[in-house]
Ligand binder design. Structure first.
Ligand code: KG4
Ligand code: ZN
Length: 353
């Protein structure tokens, strides 16, 4: 099966083509999980340079840029794979959550293509789809790469932080999430306070690495909100406020040290809650997903903590953690539920489940 994926929920404009193994059209659950799904092409156009100027995303600017890039990225994946539109078997598109103007660009394009090409269309939940970056086979027919159920999923992105239990494809239970800011938002906002620019996650991570290399000892200890509470919820706004207050108080800010401490505080909480859930639900697999899952310190700490449990950790390659359309198409492959194009609507406030 060949699926075209389209993603425009935030500031990226993305298209991808994925294909399963030799058995051309997989129709049963068994063949879906055993054949392996590969990326044939994955194109992402980003307007990050524009948002860097304003220190964050201005929704209308994002949507206007996306309307310029949408057709070119679709053209790019078709040309790169030399796949003709007749060979595309389904179109998968993010219909929420996200910025309304941005979502409309992708959804209306996908509907027009589905109508013109007479193809099935599958609306996709962006947050669930992030988890499917873990179900893409980088090595063809390498079955052990595919996570086994029950699986625990930690979705950490710019706008969301959710812990979910995946009993199977389409059987997802919410365990907890953030009560205020998302983990990625905390990276982005504290980075802005430190003058590190946008997006904040990679900038904090780079500054923190400088501090780690210097082998010095951190002189600051930031709070780890809710770390000891017996639930799977998170809170990051207090951490952000602590950083703001600290920066206001200090004459000279040690940016690398503070970046290191911010990264330690965020990752300590994420690891602690995830491990607690992995043990409680005795999951076979633990999946990291979302832009923050690209953070190497988080991956390293999560791996060493998971090694002490029965669960196996899955982390997508960093380029598949941040927004792209390959995992949108992959999610559609494993949750194949086409609807008529008239019924596809944007859902800006969709929850993970
Ligand atoms: O999943 P994503 O690309 O978009 C959303 O759906 O939100 O996530 C973007 C978020 C941003 O907050 C960004 O700062 C964060 O992911 N991020 C990182 C890293 N790379 C991206 N956070 C920490 N470390 C990174 N290496
Ligand atoms: Zn995302």
């Amino acid at each position: 099966m060949i699926i075209l994926g389209i993603e425009t929920s935030c500031d990226e404009t993305a298209a991808a083509i994925v294909k399963d193994g030799p058995s051309a059209r997989a129709s049963t659950e068994l063949s879906r999980t055993s054949s392996g799904l590969r990326i044939l092409s994955n194109a992402v156009a980003s307007s990050v340079e524009l948002h860097q100027k304003t220190g964050g995303i201005i929704p209308e600017i994002a949507a206007r840029e996306q309307s310029k890039y949408m057709i070119p990225v679709i053209k790019e994946v078709l040309e790169e794979t030399k796949i003709k539109n007749q060979e595309i078997e389904a179109i998968a598109v993010t219909h929420g959550p996200g910025l309304i103007g941005s979502l409309l660009v992708g959804v209306e394009t996908a509907k027009a293509l589905a109508y013109a090409w007479q193809k099935p269309i599958i609306p996709i939940n962006h947050l669930q789809a992030h988890l499917y970056a873990n179900f893409i086979c980088e090595i063809p027919n390498h079955k052990s790469q595919i996570p086994k159920f029950p699986a625990l999923g930690l979705v950490v992105s710019g706008g969301h932080t959710d812990l979910v239990l995946m009993e199977n494809h389409g059987q997802i239970k919410w365990l907890g999430g953030t009560r205020d800011d998302a983990a990625g938002e905390c990276f982005d906002k504290t980075a802005r306070v430190l003058g590190l620019g946008y997006p904040g996650g990679p900038a904090i991570s780079a500054a923190a690495e400088k501090f780690q290399i210097s082998n010095s000892e951190s002189q600051t200890k930031l709070p780890r909100p809710m770390i000891n509470e017996d639930n799977f919820d998170f809170s990051f706004s207090g951490l952000k406020t602590s950083v703001i207050n600290l920066v206001k108080k200090q004459k000279e800010v040690d940016v690398p040290m503070l970046a290191f401490e911010i990264q330690e505080a965020i990752t300590d909480v994420l690891v602690m809650k995830t491990i607690r859930a992995a043990k409680k639900y005795r999951v076979k697999s633990t999946l990291l997903a979302g832009g923050v899952a690209a953070n190497s310190r988080l991956r390293e700490k999560m791996q060493s903590a998971i090694n002490k449990t029965q669960s196996k950790l899955y982390t997508p390659p960093p380029r598949l953690c941040t927004d792209n359309a390959a995992y949108i198409a992959c999610c559609a492959y494993f949750n194949y539920q086409p609807v008529s194009w008239q019924r596809v609507k944007v859902e800006p406030s969709l929850r993970i489940c």
